[in-house]
Design a protein around this ligand. Structure first.
Ligand code: DAH
Length: 474
């Protein structure tokens, strides 16, 4: 790589360079030393970082974000909004503070873009939970936050980064919204025999939500899962507290899901009263919440997973500086891109990132409209087949991960690649050598590609595979 090259002519906030012989990366004004074993962030990802699509008022992701924020704040304006967190966070913020075990697969270099051994491109918005919990002044007396808030909840929307496969629904950068809400516990019993104040408050908050749900979303059919079998509560909370907190969490998410999908039904010309739709709750596991769930929506014949959530583990609140036993609360994390694709009927996730006016001119602030393809450019497939080097076959842990192959193609083809699929794999019966064949579909969303152009990219992909992983091309 040319070390002094500015990676993007438009955005000088990202720069790779050498200082006193040490490779460094400058991202958003901060300089990070590269790490020989950890640094794996690609130029493609550096160039995509910080485009802030979620802040563009007339971009599908931005329209969806605003719609959810407005809805969740419409009941009681309890959520502080955070939309400007920078994408590089510490390993501590992204994993340790949330209780991820050391051997969690999400930590591996094949799944995550590392800047160095201590910094990475956040893999989820949960990376900011501890900081945001710490900003809730009333709840967190020990910490003097630089950005305190009076609100007992927050919503964080940001771009998140994962090494992954290449197809129409996967892109190395996508968007999530994190939500959370807390209640400060009061004494167990009130003198006058009434329930403790926080229980009264939770009942009040829940009743308001339920009323709003009934009024606005009578067409939502919910299949709940209220059993806590295999989904344990925390011992510091009473059964009643867990129940109220979980209900408040579930009703809040139902409200936002109903709002989003009802808007879609409306835009399709359906009447709410005639168009029922279903969601279901399913037990889940996340290291920093218990009990935990996922919500799925039944849409066009399929159950789609929308969002993970749960009752926040006390350890997380302690990490944020809260006093022991002082607080209870919930959190959720919602992926925005798939929902936006479905609402705006966008067939390929790459379109979100295009600079083409024919895409952007179609959307208006506050409106859900169906995307009209401006034209379909043909795709061309090329196969690349190779033997793994002998030394790797003996070891069970292959140093080439499928995501490494995806990364090479992304790096060479950019948004000209539509998908990459493993189409053949076998082990030679005599030599025991392993062979793989991947099919790359080259197709641009914005223009026709020439054969020469594709051949050149394909040659580069082949060369990089040999250079980086010492494979033998077939
Ligand atoms: N961060 C999780 C993910 O990316 C989603 C999530 C699950 C967020 C549960 C939460 C939560 O806050 O409580 O898969």
């Amino acid at each position: 790589m040319n070390c002094s090259r500015v990676l993007s002519p438009l955005r000088r906030s990202v720069l790779r360079r050498f200082l006193h012989g040490k490779p460094q990366i400058k991202i958003n004004g901060k300089v990070y030393d590269e790490h020989p074993e950890y640094t794996n962030v690609s130029s493609t990802v550096l160039n995509l970082s910080d485009r802030s699509l979620h802040l563009k008022p007339a971009h599908p992701v931005g329209i969806l974000r605003k719609q959810i924020e407005d809805k969740l704040n419409s009941t009681s304006n309890s959520f502080q909004l955070y939309n400007n967190f920078r994408p590089v966070v510490t390993v501590e913020e992204n994993f340790d503070s949330l209780g991820f075990p050391q051997d969690h697969p999400g930590r591996s270099k094949s799944d995550t873009y590392y800047v160095n051994d201590k910094h990475l491109f956040r893999t989820h918005t949960s990376a900011h939970e501890v900081e945001c919990f710490g900003n809730i002044q009333e709840f967190c007396p020990k910490v003097t936050s630089k950005t305190p808030t009076e609100k007992p909840g927050f919503l964080i929307t940001a771009d998140v980064y994962r090494r992954d496969e290449i197809d129409r629904t996967h892109y190395p950068v996508f968007h999530q919204m994190e939500g959370a809400r807390v209640w400060r516990r009061s004494a167990e019993k009130c003198a006058d025999g009434q329930e403790p104040l926080h229980i009264q408050k939770m009942r009040h908050d829940l009743a308001k939500l339920e009323k709003q749900l009934r009024e606005e979303s009578g067409n939502l059919v919910v299949q709940d899962d209220v059993s806590l079998e295999g989904n344990p509560k925390q011992s510091y909370m009473s059964d009643l507290e867990v129940d109220l907190c979980s209900q408040h969490l579930k009703r809040s998410i139902e409200l936002l899901v109903a709002q989003v999908f009802n808007k879609k039904l409306e835009s399709m010309g359906c009447k709410k009263s005639e168009a029922e739709f279903q969601v279901r709750w399913i037990k889940a596991y996340f290291p920093w919440t218990t009990p935990s769930w996922e919500i799925e929506v039944f849409w066009q014949g399929e159950w789609l997973e929308l969002c993970g959530c749960g009752v926040v583990r006390e350890q997380l609140l302690l990490n944020a500086g809260y006093d022991k036993d002082s607080t209870i609360g919930w959190a959720f994390g919602l992926g925005l891109d798939r929902i936006a694709m479905l609402l705006f009927e966008i067939p390929d996730i790459r379109l979100f990132w295009t600079q083409d006016e024919r895409f952007h001119s179609q959307f208006r602030e506050g409106q859900i409209t169906k995307f009209k393809p401006y034209s379909k450019y043909p795709g061309t497939t090329r196969d690349v087949a190779f033997w793994l080097p002998q030394t790797q076959e003996a070891s069970t842990l292959s140093p080439i991960h499928e995501n490494d192959i995806m990364e090479i193609v992304r790096e060479e083809a950019g948004d000209m690649v539509e998908s990459v699929k493993l189409i053949d794999q076998f082990t030679h019966p005599k030599t025991n050598k392993k062979s793989f064949c991947y099919r790359i579909n080259y197709q641009s969303m914005d223009r026709n590609l020439t054969n020469n152009e594709i051949n050149e990219i394909q040659e580069n992909v082949r060369r990089e595979l040999v250079q980086k992983y010492n494979v033998s091309l077939r």
